[in-house]
Design a protein around this ligand. Sequence first.
Ligand SMILES: [Zn+2]
Length: 362
Amino acid sequence: MTTPLTLENIRQSPKALLHDHLDGGLRPATVIELAAQYGYDQLPETEVDKLATFFKTAAHSGSLERYLEPFAHTVGVMQTPDALHRVAYECVEDLARDNVVYAEVRFAPELHIDGGLSLDAVVDAVLAGFADGEKAAAAEGHSIVVRCLVTAMRHAARSLEIAELAVRFRDKGVVGFDIAGAEAGHPPTRHLDAFEYMRSNNERFTIHAGEAFGLPSIQEAIAFCGADRLGHGVRIVDDIEIDADGTAHLGRLAALLRDKRIPFEMCPSSNVQTGAVASIAEHPFDLLARLRFRVTVNTDNRLMSDTTMSMEMLRLVEAFGYGWSDLERFTINAMKSAFIAFDERLAVIDEVIKPRYAVLIG
Ligand SMILES: [Zn+2]
């Protein structure tokens, strides 16, 4: 018998997450405690509920630029090894309790050196937090693997340095590289040297593209930079025409991305909040899923978007009527697109995801 598609049952199902920002997933109470501990006096609120509301409200601003503003406060309290370790540890704990079995969590090391830490020390602290979090989750009965992507800020000029950091830490838990931040006026081709460095070292990377900005950003990310995955990529819908009879016609770029099985790291709630799409119901996720693009479901920023992997899946179920087999496909899509080794990906798919979904599908 098919298991009912409730939030609780989705929570119990294994999930894979490729696009989650460490500085966008803190617990509000932790932000307040770290601010007090380290003398950060810029918080707009110091009560847990009020601070949670502040982050949520700021995120619902309708523009990517305004959505990014409250990150000053989370980044502001993540400037010491202990704070970075705690945030990374709690991130793993929260994901594991939501039954995420594999996650790639990203963050920008260059935003965490204001307290005098080196880039290497920042990454060391976060990776130690992830490793300790994995152990604690296992002790609670949750098996989870968390790997790290290091992000360079697209308005800054440190991307090559961050790409070098990714390569230096490749066997210690960093599995890829990304660029993030305001898209308009900051095309990915400004960071070509970093992407070339990654490719020449046999490394993979994803690029935030086609979120706040249209097709040219996606075109650059794929054609010039050689991105392995796309962060969001929702504007690819501008390259798809739908006939009166419902037939879809793919433009050259959309066709290429589907043919190459380029993964789309889609973040439904976040995309609504930044104004990339008007509502979940109008999100191109469903069109792309029906056209068999490699779509994946992600959280982006669990604190600002007030969400979890299970919530994102539930919202898609409610908007598009998905069943367990659809959720299984999106989960397997994510595992196939992970930046860990092929045999490790297969092990999660064959030993964790498929057996569990077989029971759920009934
Ligand atoms: Zn993002």
